[in-house]
Design a protein around this ligand. Structure first.
Ligand code: NHF
Length: 450
């Protein structure tokens, strides 16, 4: 099968989990013997060799589009440069600039497909997140290729119908304000998202497209997130913990870690900070250590730093991007990783942690709920703990409980977690399911089934 993927992020261009997901899907499909082509904006990177040039009329100006091509791990990647497509802010400049960039990407993608269609007509076009709505719409309109739209995270935004007019897709914008995710899902033959629970939590959106909606879990590449590659691979876990805590200026204790963006909407670092404040009154607190890694919202950064200042024996806050190798040392040394997200389409942290034997304590939402098995519900097969989102008290309570777990249970949770991450959430599995989505041979939700 020949598959065309459309995405605003493709490694090495990475803003969030989207880049990892799309790159792994592309390479996984290629590994399974399929021909994979990717269209992505160049974002000023200049990767690959120039192969094509054409002019595109957009917003009253002619833009010279330069197409660059590279072969990477069995995948043919075309990056589209010129005008806003060369803008280095992936999702910018500003909201207006981003919208213009998405329209230009749409027109340039249609132009590029026009140039290569005679030798390389795709069997399916697979578009990722709303930024590809114009590319998807134009490819569907001009070439009628079977199409799939994947939501990695709902944006729930509205854009002026005018942008659809500008993209030669006026028929998709009968109203002044249009939700581009809704339009992409409407246009596509199949709609997917990255976990079953997220799909059901967001049924208000996905339910509109019932009959062509399903989930495909992401995977995790445990080849990097591997204990054997750690600097301290030969030390027992307690020794590693002692060393890593020391490295961050803390004495030994039960170690809990958070890593993620400091934002108010999704990642829930505020819930963790509140939980720590609650815990500070508990006698167990003296033996608890917290390493919090992340940056973002200045107010949350200030709050985190203030908590660190108030509890210097227990809390370390690192507001810088750590090298992946250091993050691996952390995962492989701490006892627990806390993922207090308010919502999480899939989430990588809980699986990275599981690959390295750190026990996840996560919110019972989206992909966290689907990947972490709560040991209280399944004592033999459990891999971690699930708590309600936005509930600092529940999080604090479970942290006290976990602190007192016996070594045997901890060991079982670690082993179960490693097995689950390595076996149940591989990219190969994800790609096999996408292939079924492409051909329509996949199960889907029927809300009337009881
Ligand atoms: O893992 C890739 C990623 C997800 O939960 C994540 C998210 C954005 O929010 O699918 O997309």
């Amino acid at each position: 099968m020949r598959v065309l993927l459309l995405s605003f992020e493709y490694l090495p261009v990475k803003v969030g989990g989207l880049a990892e997901a799309v790159t792994n899907i592309a390479e996984g499909l290629a590994e399974l013997g399929h021909e994979v082509i990717v269209f992505t904006p160049d974002h000023g990177k200049g990767l690959g060799e120039p192969v094509e040039r054409f002019r595109v009329l957009a917003f009253g100006e002619e833009v010279e589009v330069e197409v660059r091509k590279r072969e990477e791990n069995g995948v043919t990647v075309y990056s589209l440069a010129g005008g806003l497509l060369s803008e280095s802010d992936v999702y910018g400049p500003g909201w207006e600039g981003l919208l213009k960039k998405t329209v230009l990407f749409g027109k340039a993608s249609a132009g590029l497909l026009n140039a290569i269609i005679e030798e390389s007509k795709p069997d399916v076009v697979h578009a990722h997140d709303w930024h590809t709505v114009f590319a998807l719409g134009l490819i569907r309109k001009y070439f009628g290729i079977r199409s799939v739209f994947t939501v990695h995270r709902l944006n729930k935004g509205k854009i002026a119908g005018q942008y659809f007019h500008e993209a030669n897709l006026a028929e998709l914008a009968p109203y002044p304000d249009i939700d581009p995710e809704h339009t992409a899902a409407y246009v596509a033959d199949m709609v997917t998202t990255v976990s079953r629970s997220y799909m059901l939590e967001e049924w208000g959106f996905f339910g509109i497209f019932e009959g062509k909606v399903t989930h495909v879990f992401n995977g995790i590449d445990c080849s990097f997130w591997n204990e054997e590659l750690m600097e301290t691979a030969n030390f027992p876990r307690e020794e590693r913990r002692k060393r890593i805590l020391e490295r961050f200026g803390l004495s030994d204790g039960k170690a809990f870690m958070f890593i993620g963006r400091f934002d108010k909407a999704q990642k829930g670092v505020d819930t963790l900070l509140r939980a720590i404040e609650l815990l500070s009154n508990d006698p167990a607190f003296a033996e608890m250590r917290f390493i919090i890694v992340g940056k973002g919202n200045p107010e949350l950064e200030r709050w985190a730093k203030d908590v660190e200042k108030r509890f210097p024996q227990n809390v370390r806050v690192i507001t810088e991007i750590l090298p992946r190798e250091t993050v691996r040392e952390l995962y492989g040394s701490v006892d627990f990783v806390v993922i207090p997200s308010n919502f999480e389409p899939f989430g990588l942290v809980q699986l990275e942690a599981m690959c390295l034997g750190a026990i996840p304590i996560g919110s019972a939402v989206g992909g966290i709920k689907d990947t972490v098995i709560d040991v209280r519900a399944n004592p033999e097969g459990g891999t971690g703990f699930l708590v309600p989102p936005r509930d600092a008290f529940a999080l604090a309570t479970i942290m006290v409980t976990t602190k007192n777990l016996d070594t045997e249970t901890l060991q079982r949770l670690r082993e179960n977690g490693k097995k689950r991450a390595r076996k149940d959430f591989t990219w190969k599995k994800a790609c096999r399911r996408y292939l079924n989505v492409y051909t329509g041979s996949v199960d889907r939700v029927m809300s009337f089934l009881r």
